[in-house]
Design a protein around this ligand. Sequence first.
Ligand SMILES: NC(=O)C1=CN([C@@H]2O[C@H](COP(=O)(O)OP(=O)(O)OC[C@H]3O[C@@H](n4cnc5c(N)ncnc54)[C@H](OP(=O)(O)O)[C@@H]3O)[C@@H](O)[C@H]2O)C=CC1
Ligand SMILES: O=C(O)CCC(=O)C(=O)O
Ligand SMILES: [Mg+2]
Length: 745
Amino acid sequence: MSTEQPTIIYTLTDEAPLLATSAFLPIVRTFTAPAGIKVETADISVAGRILGQFPECLSEEQRVADTLTELGKLTLKPQANIIKLPNISASVAQLKDAIKELQGKGYKIPDYPEAPKTDEEKDIRTRYNKCTGSAVNPVLREGNSDRRAPKAVKEYARKNPHSMADWSQASRSHVSHMHAGDFYHGEKSITLDRAREVKMELIAKSGKTIVLKPKVALLDREIIDSMFMSKKALVEFYEKEIEDAHNTGVMFSLHVKATMMKVSHPIVFGHCVKIFYKEAFEKHAKLFEELGVNVNNGMVDLYNKIGTLPQSKQDEIKRDLHACHEGRPELAMVDSAKGITNFHSPNDIIVDASMPAAIRNGGKMWGADGRLKDVKAVMPESTFARIYQEIINFCKWHGAFDPKTMGTVPNVGLMAQQAEEYGSHDKTFEIAEDGVANITDLSTGEVLLSQNVEAGDIWRMCQVKDAAIRDWVKLAVTRARNSGMPVVFWLDAYRPHEAQMITKVKMYLHEHDTAGLDIQIMSQVRAMRYTLERVVRGLDTISATGNILRDYLTDLFPIMELGTSAKMLSIVPLMAGGGMYETGAGGSAPKHVQQLVEENHLRWDSLGEFLALAVSLEDLGIKTGNTQAKILAQTLDGATGKLLDNNKNPSPKTGQLDNRGSQFYLAMYWAQELAAQTEDTALAARFAPLAKQLTTNEQAIVAELQAVQGKAVDIGGYYQPDLAKLDIVMRPSKTLNATLAAFTA
Ligand SMILES: NC(=O)C1=CN([C@@H]2O[C@H](COP(=O)(O)OP(=O)(O)OC[C@H]3O[C@@H](n4cnc5c(N)ncnc54)[C@H](OP(=O)(O)O)[C@@H]3O)[C@@H](O)[C@H]2O)C=CC1
Ligand SMILES: O=C(O)CCC(=O)C(=O)O
Ligand SMILES: [Mg+2]
């Protein structure tokens, strides 16, 4: 038994999860304190991360620690027990908004340098770049991923099915992806024969050698890939698909993951915008260059930059942009009421969330007129786009899934140690000149992988470490054994990277007793088909996938099965022995903040947080020998079950029970469960008065929580809300606050 006080690290993040945590944390502490468990916080919000980059610009009181780096180090220790809430993976536009907000609050941090020239500006830009895109998850995910719908949650969804729009066999919705010239087609992959140090360089046709990445240290038996996307092929593909959508009268939408693929996907996105508005971009090319317009950051960047021009010039540009819509297909909207299209910002439509939403809507997205319409879903990279076409085909034939009867698809995802594409952004480059792109051994000069590339192509190297793969296979076998479900490894033997993976998976499966287990390997399209054939028959199938499909499938299936990925249990067994517990599988729901600020109603569902806390406590109990932690875990699970049975989830409608009400019910049921358990009578006695008080005051507390709704509130900031104001807004029940305070006193 450890002598240190058992500690859970609770992350403070952004947007809806931060709002919810500010109310939930006092409840958590109330319950964990009697068991001697410490709950510490770690601020990894985008605002906190920005401030952490510029200590020299801040006063002593303003300075914050580099919490993310510290937390990253903790994940490498066996005692790590971290509750990780979803955080913003910021686009450049969001970053700039956050900088502005912080400057307005008196933090003297520099402006974001649009076109850095001096060394100082370049340094600032480098520091800010550390805060964009998916900057948190890859640092903390030092383990593979186990995401699933717990039994109670699945049962709840079966009894209370969410709405699913009908699918028509006449639906014209489809996925369009490249058939040549994308990363899939040009990929080369090897497994290393020993540890090596390599460089990435371009031997240009002009004779120049451009070193793009001077050194990458690789481990023995690591798999590395070299792949590129041809700009020419991409541009041709967009031209063809835009024209096809126009000719056939189907709405056009573009789905990327510009947060995690923070270097490649903004470029992929930008080309599409430039082709869609080709004539306007050609006409104003010089001016846009002078203004530093970069539509890789979305049309929002263009509109911001032209805002400095005389009104007549702005009007002319806008007229030219609007004129482009003539002869172009209708564009899918992000917010039709506000006129925000799919091209507004590359982060507005994030494929893992956007495609499931469209499939749940019968294959439709919103048009400018506020109506749902069939859509051409453009995902240039073919590697994973095909799974969506497969599920669309399935829905067209079988109709929408039925949450009452459908099976479940848990996921075991390879994500440790920045695996695969999601860890590649520091090794992704837009090629400046035609030439040969080589990955070369630094000490021997041997060229390990080589590609012929052209100016504008996107070239990248991905890595996945042997230890991560071995751990992933073990996790898949363990999950198969514990659940009794078959496992399918979604691996495509025709893709060079995955051919290497298949060899390793087969090898590592031999390390385990797989007798009686059903473990298969199938290409993604076949795996999707096989899984769906089982899903409609009510059968369950574990998907064991690489990092991208982990992300895609853990939104896709939960959204079909449960209506949201918020209700997922997301465990990351850290390879060093600790545990990280993510809360759900989705994001930070910016729309929910807007509703809170305008109407004081928070629809965010903290169920994922309740589930995460229970496994965190359970793990802490086992590892530290704290039996009360185990009881807290069991009773919390019981409370979550009651919450579901009694339907005390937050409602999306203002005036009804919201996140705060749902949290109150969790606290009440948890106290009741603790008071009722007989394993630890002292603990039962300790919680009995709390259970009694919360139960007696149920009506009063719910009424107090309800009474505040319907009016606008001030939380003192978006990226860095004022914690005191947040406390007032998120904890409006005097009775509840007083009861918790009296218990702790
Ligand atoms: N683990 C992480 O850190 C992740 C972070 N992100 C980040 O989150 C931000 C938003 O991403 P986006 O793609 O819009 O996806 P989100 O998952 O945040 O939002 C999509 C929709 O899902 C629903 N939803 C998601 N979680 C919950 C919840 N707990 N309770 C209720 N509803 C929920 C909401 O639908 P409705 O409004 O209809 O109720 C929401 O509008 C981005 O900055 C992104 O990078 C995204 C994924 C994971
Ligand atoms: O880190 C991010 O930006 C998003 C992560 C994500 O979508 C996921 O892991 O499901
Ligand atoms: Mg995701």
